[in-house]
Ligand binder design. Structure first.
Ligand SMILES: NC(=O)C1=CN([C@@H]2O[C@H](COP(=O)(O)OP(=O)(O)OC[C@H]3O[C@@H](n4cnc5c(N)ncnc54)[C@H](OP(=O)(O)O)[C@@H]3O)[C@@H](O)[C@H]2O)C=CC1
Ligand SMILES: CC(=O)N[C@@H](CCC(=O)OP(=O)(O)O)C(=O)O
Length: 341
């Protein structure tokens, strides 16, 4: 099939382009930019890809005519406007941005400081948490956020099985700088990030409502989470360390069972008791590796999950959703090994 991609010049867009070029069901990837008139050669903006291709003018009618679906890997707020013509025609879209993830317009405005898409468009969006929902039959798939993916996958077994005190969830999440995209900022400036650790958006991170929205679907008693984000002096990778109070009667066996039942058949999520994962074992792949342990002294459960923010946290999960949407094998195009050594 032919697929369209808007945003190839961004970090997640370029990673997605590479995955699509190697996807066995994709015949051609057509690239689209901002301009409505100008065609640019890909080599002129991303010579390191060593590919002859053009970035075509942005024209929704042309995109729908020449492709069976389109991916948007554009900055926050862009698809709120650009997606409308596709949704009006029920043309399949997978959107990597946060615009359509939150079901409440007020909550979106509060956390993203932007106006949300109109309700009639928002209602068509399916939140594509690929390891728990299926995008089959959906026309607008909103791909989850990177921190949200790492955190929700870590918490899912305990929350779904009601094993924890719902007010006790504390998450200390850390990300490499590519999570911030390619634009320059003081926070991600080399001299500021290198050999440094910086907390940012404390209690204000836009993934807090996204995580709570999903956890509430599994346990409506979860009122909030305590969530902090730290910038790591690395390019890729997210580690989310979660600390939660187990309900008094919960045993190690209950915790183990919940993780085994949830993930034993999952292609991309691996959970192991007492073995805590490192970033390097997942960077370059679509895996989420999780380690967990109930501390018998404090009765706290510690869970650590790691992902590659640009793969499982963005382009890789988008391919999982693409495979579901078109009924392809779940792992198609995602046979990746970590960057070694
Ligand atoms: N980086 C990450 O780890 C993750 C990112 N995301 C989300 O994915 C999206 C892309 O992120 P990321 O790759 O980091 O961002 P980047 O800032 O690296 O890239 C943004 C891309 O969007 C394009 N763009 C911006 N405005 C428009 C427009 N009006 N029309 C067409 N194209 C436009 C840019 O084009 P140009 O180069 O011409 O400016 C660029 O290609 C964001 O919404 C982000 O929140 C989600 C999960 C993880
Ligand atoms: C390191 C870094 O800055 N990471 C970004 C990742 C969020 C992101 O990509 O968010 P949306 O998809 O929800 O817009 C952040 O913390 O905001």
């Amino acid at each position: 099939m032919n697929v369209g991609l808007v945003g190839v010049t961004g970090y997640s867009g370029s990673v997605l382009y590479e995955l699509l070029l190697h996807h066995p069901e994709v015949d051609s990837v057509n690239l689209y930019g901002h301009s409505q008139t100008e065609t640019k050669s890909l080599e002129s903006v991303l010579p390191q890809l060593r590919r002859r291709a053009n970035i075509l003018p942005y024209d929704p009618a042309d995109i729908m005519k020449n492709n069976q679906m389109v991916f948007f890997a554009t900055s926050a707020g862009v698809t709120t406007e650009l997606a409308q013509s596709f949704i009006d025609k029920d043309f399949p879209v997978i959107d990597l941005a946060g615009d359509f993830r939150l079901k409440s317009r007020d909550v979106y405005k509060k956390w993203y400081k932007k106006d949300a898409p109109e309700m009639k468009y928002l209602e068509k969006s399916h939140y594509g948490l690929a390891d728990f929902t299926s995008s089959k039959g959906a026309t607008y798939v909103s791909n989850p956020g990177c921190y949200a993916t790492a955190t929700i996958l870590a918490l899912a077994p305990l929350v779904k099985n009601h094993l924890i005190d719902p007010t006790s969830i504390v998450v200390d999440a850390k990300s490499g700088t590519s999570g911030a995209g390619k634009k320059l900022s003081e926070l991600t400036h080399f001299s500021q990030t290198n050999e440094n650790l910086q907390l940012y958006k404390v209690n204000q991170h836009q993934h807090i409502p996204e995580i709570v929205q999903q956890l509430k679907i599994w346990d409506e008693d979860i009122p909030y989470i305590q969530f902090t984000t730290t910038l790591l002096p690395l390019t890729r990778g997210i580690m989310a360390s979660c600390y939660i109070k187990a309900k008094p009667e919960i045993t190690e066996e209950d915790v183990r069972k919940s993780f085994n039942q949830t993930y034993s058949a999952d292609t991309f999520v691996n959970a192991t008791e007492g073995v805590f994962p490192t970033l390097k074992q997942v960077v370059g792949t679509n895996f989420c590796d999780i380690g967990y342990q109930l501390n018998p002294v404090t009765h706290q459960i510690v869970i650590v999950s790691v992902i590659d923010n640009l793969l499982k946290g963005a382009a890789g999960q988008a391919i999982q959703n693409f495979n579901q949407m078109f009924d392809y094998e779940p792992g198609l195009g995602l046979d990746l090994i970590p960057t070694l050594p």
